[in-house]
Design a protein around this ligand. Structure first.
Ligand code: HEC
Length: 124
């Protein structure tokens, strides 16, 4: 109650910056739909199916039957420099020792991307 002298005249002035901020925040959140590359990976039915067919023989449950240091679990992938779907697709195109190479004809980019997202979303 100590501020009763400061009156109604103060409010519009001090409230304006807040209102401006709110408006800006609303505008921004409307304008910054996350671009495809930054949206969280999604495990699709098709991604799961393709993974099962093409990758699971060597990577059951995201493991690695040939090289236990190169599993598909998020932390391990990150330690090995792979943090994005594109990074996983790159590995399919140019695998290391012991892994089958999957080129564009074997697994087209769109499917490769689904597999990569499935891995990142599923094996954390
Ligand atoms: C014939 C067995 C085999 C198949 C099939 C296979 N991989 Fe691999 N994968 C490996 C081996 C062995 C490695 C370790 C060598 C390397 O780093 O490439 C590996 C490594 C990887 C890595 C790097 C893992 C890390 O922690 O560094 C990724 C990512 C990967 N595979 C993805 C896939 C995907 C996606 C598929 C299916 C499209 C697949 N692999 C199919 C054997 C296989």
């Amino acid at each position: 109650m100590g501020r009763q002298g400061s009156g109604a005249g103060r409010w519009p002035l001090s409230a304006r910056p807040i209102a401006t901020c709110l408006a800006a925040a609303l505008l921004l959140s409307g304008c910054t739909e996350p671009p495809q590359a930054d949206s969280p990976p999604v495990a699709t039915e098709r991604g799961a199916q393709l993974f099962k067919e093409r990758c699971a023989p060597c990577h059951p449950d995201g493991g690695n039957v040939l090289n236990p240091k190169k599993t598909l679990h998020g932390g391990v992938l990150a330690d090995n420099g792979i943090t994005t779907p594109a990074g996983i697709v790159a590995r399919m195109r140019a695998p290391g020792p012991g892994m089958t190479r999957f080129d564009q004809a074997a697994i087209p980019d769109a499917d490769a991307r689904l597999i990569a997202e499935y891995i990142l979303a599923t094996y954390r």
